[in-house]
Design a protein around this ligand. Sequence first.
Ligand SMILES: C[S@@+](CC[C@H](N)C(=O)[O-])C[C@H]1O[C@@H](n2cnc3c(N)ncnc32)[C@H](O)[C@@H]1O
Length: 250
Amino acid sequence: MPDSPYEWPAELWERLRAAAEDEPESVTAAIVRDLVPDGGTVLDVGAGTGRASLPLAREGYRLTVVERDPGMIAGLRRQTARWGVDVAVIEGSWPEAAVEAGRHDVAMCANVVYDVADVGPFLAALNAAARRAVVVEMTPHHPWQSLAPYYRALHQLERPGGPTAGDLAAIIEEELGVAPTRREWSGPGSLRFSSFDELVEYQRRRLVLPRERTAELERLLQADIVRDGEWFLLGPAERTLVTLSWEASP
Ligand SMILES: C[S@@+](CC[C@H](N)C(=O)[O-])C[C@H]1O[C@@H](n2cnc3c(N)ncnc32)[C@H](O)[C@@H]1O
């Protein structure tokens, strides 16, 4: 699709990962560490450039990642080389890559589930890949929900209110017969853009707006841009996150 709204520019996720180095440990990483035995193994599905799980590999946990985007994998490999950590990388899609990935003490997955069309088999495969527990991080609502006012202004259309983390918890209970534990927390997560133009171009794609209407979008976004040092952000730097975790069922 030309100008697809679904592409993930790996550079933006590398910036987020780098920013996380200066922040306190994420709640998700702390939950995973509590669940993994000493010398245990962690599987990160949809690892991107490794923001959520690479710090655990740096501490010595054995980490396997599954990622389907070659740009993200390249970013992740650059970071493992910089830190001198050994990570097993499986280039492929979940759940198709589950056989190659094998079983691990904890299976984790951060900021991926809203991208998954058929979430039941995706969750079942995560559950089957975990000996002890599964940990899933996401935003409370679909991340594009914050774009609803712009979508309305530009297209005169309402975006759907869901899906939400609550919907996912209900699906986990229905599919796997287990009620996940829910932790809500606040952490960094706003994408950081190096210029106003880069931010506008990214949001133009997300908002499925033809290039010739860029000036209209610039006028709409202008008032909501936040500067954070050298970066341009849309909205606050902190965002609410939800981490669901459950004991893996046999
Ligand atoms: C928003 S990024 C999150 C990256 C990382 N987990 C984080 O929290 O920083 C979502 C990532 O999941 C990957 N992804 C989405 N669906 C996937 C699937 N079915 N199998 C493997 N990777 C997937 C995308 O390529 C992308 O790199």
